[in-house]
Design a protein around this ligand. Structure first.
Ligand code: NAP
Length: 267
């Protein structure tokens, strides 16, 4: 029941009306018996969003496109990993001190860890915000990273920060890797016919992960499945980053099966 003691959490983004955050966080609060509510706020600027956190004593917030970078300078403290990545996706209000974290990074590798990352060759397709989080997560697990990206300059810059090799997009078909991760928006609705990595370069011993989760089965994952690869969908990362946020806010671990079931029913 919402009452005068209900604590407020939210997501800041623009656009944000498609966000699945309210569905899973509110379900998790209810499931854990926590008197809190999580809302989606479509805001215009990072400074205004942070001021709202201070004014309304919002206890925690998720931060999504396009504010993950611009929000940083308005916070009181940034976790070293988030600083290295250059992006914050989580705000924790600790008695008025606003702390910024990046849970995308650990979330990106969490679904890969059971298959082993250390010493494996991991090809990351893309060099945007998601790619940066994934690359730092894989580097922390001692994976050998290959970056490939449409815009060479961006790809090379990311490769340099994580000590990776850069391979131009037109040479993707020659890439030999143990793990392939799509971090681009290729394959996401309304461009679900796109595929970010050449299917002919996929082999049955590979693990193929997509960060896109609308649709859940992207063309890349379909092609990978046909080749006999192990596949990991984008929901795995999404739920892992939300789980880490929930833990930062409440010191409790949410029911991840509950989260997955709720989202799966809406995609
Ligand atoms: P971003 O910073 O804008 O980066 C987009 C990346 O996609 C860039 O590398 C860009 O290449 C590439 N790209 C886009 N359109 C392309 C095209 N037509 N052909 C070739 N490359 C193309 O975006 P982001 O924040 O990294 O997000 C990327 C995707 O990850 C989105 O779909 C987002 O929903 C998803 N995501 C999922 C999770 C999760 O938890 N599952 C978390 C974060 C993000 P250029 O450098 O050449 O422009």
């Amino acid at each position: 029941m919402i009452d005068a003691a209900t604590r407020l959490y939210c997501v800041f983004g623009n656009p944000v009306r498609h966000s699945k955050g309210p569905l899973i966080h509110n379900a998790a609060f209810k499931n854990k018996g926590i008197n809190a509510v999580y809302l989606a706020f479509e805001v215009q600027d990072a400074a205004g969003a942070v001021q709202a956190v201070r004014t309304l004593d919002i206890q925690g917030a998720s931060v999504t496109i396009p504010f993950k970078e611009s929000i940083m300078k308005h916070l009181d403290w940034i976790d070293p990993t988030a600083r290295a990545i250059g992006a914050v996706n989580t705000i924790v209000n600790e008695n008025g001190i606003l702390k910024g974290y990046n849970t995308d990074c650990q979330a990106a590798v969490a679904p890969l860890v059971p298959f082993g990352v250390s010493g494996k060759t991991v090809c990351i397709v893309g060099a945007g915000g998601a790619a940066r989080a994934v690359a730092h997560g894989v580097a922390a697990q001692n994976g050998n990273i290959i970056i490939t990206n449409r815009t060479e300059q961006k790809g090379k810059a990311l490769a340099e920060t994580v000590n990776a090799r850069f391979i131009p997009a037109n040479e993707m078909a020659n890439i030999q890797a143990d793990v392939v991760i799509n971090t681009t928006s290729i394959g996401m609705v309304p461009k679900e016919n796109g595929i970010s990595f050449p299917p002919e370069a996929l082999t049955s011993d590979m693990v193929v992960m997509d960060v896109v989760y609308t649709p859940l089965r992207t063309r890349l994952l379909d092609a990978a499945e046909q080749k006999g690869c192990t596949t990991i969908d984008g929901l795995s990362m999404f739920i892992a980053q939300a789980t880490a946020q929930f833990e930062l806010w409440t010191d409790m671990t949410p029911d991840t099966d509950l989260m997955r079931n709720i989202i799966s029913g809406t995609i």
